[in-house]
Design a protein around this ligand. Sequence first.
Ligand SMILES: [Mg+2]
Length: 180
Amino acid sequence: MQRKGWKWTYWAFDLHSTVIKPNYEAGNIPTEFYPLALECLRAISKRPEIKMMMFTCSHPHEQEQYLELFKSKGVNFDFVNKNPEVKTEQGGYGYYKDKPYFNVLFEDKAGFNGETDWAEVKELLITLGYMKNTLEEIAIIRDKVEDLYIAESGKFAFLNNTVMSPEYIQWLERKVLKNG
Ligand SMILES: [Mg+2]
């Protein structure tokens, strides 16, 4: 972002099967979030350099309900299904009337797995300095992972400053086993 000289980046979030577990009930919006999704969205929502677009096929009245629901959880979307800040300019390069402009996409239909992938998002957000680990998380992963891999402790020096949720531990174990 700094390299490109951009003031903002625009992050688009699908809801169903990405942030929220679908219930497939018309007229009753689901409100169960995937593990870690809300805390990641909250951290992203606090960044002044990121603008969030809800990118959803929900009906307009449901969009209002979702905006309220997320707001009550500390997540404030800037736009829904559009990005009014990047406009089509006469004679300009891009035409944004039908395809809203965004830089980052979270979308199950584009390969994001709501059940598992927020752990990696959290890790990235921690790397970027957008989120911090709790001491509790650090204690949990130390106990679980160090016991498992104590013999190779040199390889796991990074454990000191990484994320410690149960989902992350599972991911880390998979990663470690894969690399081991
Ligand atoms: Mg979806």
